[in-house]
Design a protein around this ligand. Structure first.
Ligand SMILES: Nc1ncnc2c1ncn2[C@@H]1O[C@H](COP(=O)(O)OP(=O)(O)OP(=O)(O)O)[C@@H](O)[C@H]1O
Length: 394
């Protein structure tokens, strides 16, 4: 969909912004251009809509060499979102959103209808926000209008230059999530510039890591974090890349531990025997529908059995504790970790898509899953094919 062929840009002042750039972005793909300040990301983006002309090399959009397309025509087919949204201050939100349909000569009623539809799509009620001016919006709302405006004429390609760079981290994360949802429904081809590796990892797709005017590595976030191609990339993604990988590494069945499982109607002596047999200090408790209820500790069971019990030991039902912390298979490890912290839990139950209990994740198994996934990516093998060596005695 977008192809760079040996593209070099040297500005008239002699600054070499990019050199010999060659890469391709497929239709519907999201590629982030990530790297430190001044490494040529914005120049690369602006060459796609001819705001900047390459010194040499060619760029193709949809199979056409863009040097043969009138810049104005080209830009009508390419949405462009920049930091601070770049809205026209004296136009209402509705008119700002309808900018490109206006340029395309759409009749007023049609472009207003389209603008309302787009505002709805980015989560702004047109009847509330349509008549406002940009300075009557929050930073996050302005960015949403920026995205709506870029999408108004339904362009196949979106260029986004640090679109969420000017908002606070909480709003930023919300905008990223909304943008991902939008991308999965609209299927646009997106080039997204950011200097923030966390943002690039979170957005997924492929990451092009820029260093001094070149793409050093173009790959999935998991690959880049797990197996950086060059020392430069390793340095850029940071010493804490293991930690960053938590957000792109899903929980798999093979990561889970299998504690003893008992049911609400099991008698406590049976639960005690089960835990003793497996050398466990607690057991997961499931209800009649095989769904997670909670857990029971060996100590509780021992106390019940030692206590003043009727001839028949009671069932687990009255002694189990509820467990609210759970997550689904496939959730990122980071989610598992934060749920554990939030519930102050030493383990967390993992359910499948049908809500069936499949096992538990503990801090130790989470750490192992992370180490195995890094190893697996480095060796290009599935995670369950990796056996870890452990520190003796650990
Ligand atoms: N119009 C210009 N004239 C001269 N030099 C320029 C111009 N625009 C950019 N440069 C230089 O080209 C290089 C790449 O700049 P570019 O803006 O593409 O980098 P960037 O990776 O997007 O940086 P940032 O994250 O800071 O926006 C820098 O050295 C910059 O100083």
């Amino acid at each position: 969909m977008i192809r760079f062929e040996n593209v070099t840009k040297r500005y008239p002042n002699g600054a070499l912004a990019v050199e010999g750039l060659s890469f391709e972005v497929s239709e519907g793909e999201l590629v982030t251009l990530v790297g430190p300040s001044g490494c040529g990301k914005t120049t690369t983006l602006k060459m796609v809509n001819r705001l900047v002309e390459p010194t040499s090399g060619s760029i193709f959009v949809d199979g056409r060499d863009i040097s043969t397309v009138e810049p104005v025509d080209l830009r009508l087919r390419i949405g462009y979102v920049i930091q601070q949204a770049g809205l026209f201050p004296h136009r209402t939100v509705l008119d700002n959103t309808a900018t490109v349909p206006h340029l395309l000569g759409w009749p007023k009623a049609k472009r207003r209808e389209r603008a309302r539809e787009l505002l709805d799509l980015v989560g702004l009620d047109p009847s509330v926000f349509g008549g406002r001016y940009p300075d009557q919006l929050s930073g996050g709302q302005r960015q949403r209008v920026g995205v709506a405006r870029a999408l108004a004429a339904d362009p196949p390609v979106l260029l986004m230059d640090e679109p969420f760079g000017a908002v606070d981290p909480v709003v930023r994360e919300r905008l990223q999530t909304e943008f991902l949802r939008l991308h999965s429904t609209l299927g646009k081809t997106v080039l997204f510039v950011t200097h923030d590796i966390e943002e690039a990892v979170r957005l997924g797709g492929r990451m092009a890591v820029f260093g001094e005017g070149r793409v050093e590595q173009l790959d999935s976030p998991a690959q880049i974090l797990g197996a950086p191609a060059t020392p430069y990339v390793a340095d850029f993604v940071g010493a804490d890349r293991g930690l960053k990988r938590l957000s792109v590494t899903p929980v798999e069945r093979g990561d889970l531990e299998q504690p003893p499982v008992v049911h609400l109607d099991d008698r406590v002596d049976k639960a005690a025997a089960r835990m003793r047999g497996e050398g466990a200090r607690w057991a997961v408790v499931l209800d009649d529908a095989e769904e997670l209820h909670g857990w029971i500790s060996a100590q509780t069971v021992a106390e019940v059995l030692e206590g003043d019990t009727p001839p028949e030991p009671p069932t687990v039902r009255g002694h189990a504790r509820r467990m609210e912390a759970w997550l689904r298979l496939g959730s990122p490890l980071k989610h598992a970790f934060s749920t554990m912290l939030q519930h102050d839990a030493g383990w967390i139950a993992v359910l499948d898509d049908a809500d069936r209990f499949t096992g538990v994740l503990t801090p130790a198994s989470l750490h192992e899953a992370l180490r195995r996934s890094i190893d697996a990516d480095g060796r290009q093998v599935p995670r369950d094919a990796v056996a870890l060596e452990s520190v003796t005695g650990a």
